[in-house]
Design a protein around this ligand. Sequence first.
Ligand code: FES
Ligand code: FES
Length: 180
Amino acid sequence: MSSGLRGRQDIERGQSVKKEVYKLTVNGQEYELALEPQWTLSHVLREKLGLTGTKEACKGGACGACTVLIDGKAVPSCMVLAVEQVGKSIETIEGLFRDGMHPLQGAWLEEFGAQCGFCSPGMIMSAKALLDRNPRPTETEIKEALAGNICICSNYEHIVNAVLVAAERIQETQRRRDHG
Ligand code: FES
Ligand code: FES
């Protein structure tokens, strides 16, 4: 029986679940955490590490608000157990701000990618996974990559523009690097 299932059954029986210590790597930093086996990654990021940029809404894999990167892949963190992420590289929206804003974050501001902003962290992480594997996406490819992320403000046009602008900026920086 998986530890997650056992944990859930213990909770249903009203028994306390034993925590064990695991090492998780988040934004390049290693954390030793006492975790209950049924805790989701989104719960641990928000409640144990204080990384509240990752949002939770549906908690059922349907909205994308909780999207993070696990080994470079965009994953709804409410749908995976934290204890199963040992040895993997987890990246959250907080990890994108290094020596300043990531081009996606800059483009989000300039292109009005956020209205209420609730969907932005998850959208940006999905967009990052896309640009990392496909630096020159078409509009259609962007829409496909963001299909699992819902924006209740219906700000999709600005969001797609922001990803296009960020992709162009990343290309431009790369061109400058290549030509010294
Ligand atoms: S909160 Fe995880 S997909 Fe909605
Ligand atoms: S900007 Fe409000 S949910 Fe997307």
